[in-house]
Write a protein that binds this ligand. Structure first.
Ligand code: ZN
Length: 236
């Protein structure tokens, strides 16, 4: 079959396109393989492939790119960090996002009467989750305390020394996000709801376990962790 046969189109523009393609094919050096080039940040092309740059060109700049420092830190629990990362990128299947894929799905909050569940509502506009967050870190964060999503991300991503206080806030944040997401999914599957009083106790145990593991492993600079935690967290 003749692959370069010129087709006739009704539309004059398509004929023009067809013509340009033929011209390019004729100009091409025969016997030479096509070369793949990747677009770079500055709009030039190169044969160097960089996954991060290509990802950013395809998806556009990410507003939460800077918060990786506050999420992927030493002694984090990978599962919690991953869930937090998904939340930071707004990739969790919240009601608001599910509505785009399926109009027949329940998109309200599983904890309260809010008709549209968004990431910001879950973490921590919702009274159910806000009470948990405040009980866990209200005392620890003191005057820096905030329950607003973007403010929390800013707080945990601050440059500078990672002290015990910052470590606990980061860790409690991730444990809380993971626990709330699990409880939210349990409720959506019709399981018996867990009160936020119980959930605070469950997250308290997760944080305590992490801090005592670190102490047993001799992480010297974090020795005070348990004492600080017991002195600041409040059980509902
Ligand atoms: Zn709610």
């Amino acid at each position: 079959m003749e692959r370069n046969r010129k087709r006739r189109h009704q539309n004059a523009l398509l004929n023009q396109v067809e013509h340009e393609i033929l011209m390019l094919k004729e100009r091409r050096v025969h016997g030479q393989a096509d070369e793949f080039l990747w677009r770079q940040k500055d709009n030039t092309y190169s044969d160097q492939f960089q996954s991060k740059e290509t990802w950013q060109i395809l998806h556009g700049p990410s507003p939460t790119w800077d918060c990786h420092r506050g999420i992927w830190f030493s002694f984090a629990t990978p599962k919690f960090a991953f869930m937090t990362w998904l939340a930071a990128k707004n990739r969790l299947a919240t009601g608001e996002r599910m509505e785009c894929w399926n109009t027949n799905v329940h998109i309200g909050c599983s904890f309260c009467a809010e008709p549209k569940e968004t990431r910001e509502h879950l973490f921590f506009d919702c009274l159910y989750s806000r009470q948990i967050w405040e009980a866990l870190v209200g005392g620890l964060m003191g005057s820096d305390y905030t329950w607003k999503w973007t403010n929390i991300l800013n707080q945990i991503s601050l440059n500078g020394r990672i002290d015990m206080r910052l470590f606990i806030v980061r860790y409690a944040f991730q444990a809380t996000i993971d626990s709330l997401w699990i409880e939210r999914n349990r409720r959506r599957h019709g399981e018996k709801p867990i009160t936020n009083t119980i959930l605070v106790r469950m997250i308290d145990v997760m944080v305590r376990n992490r801090l005592s593991t670190m102490r047993r492993n001799g992480v010297k600079k974090f020795e005070d962790g348990i004492r600080i935690w017991f002195g600041t967290r409040r059980l509902l």
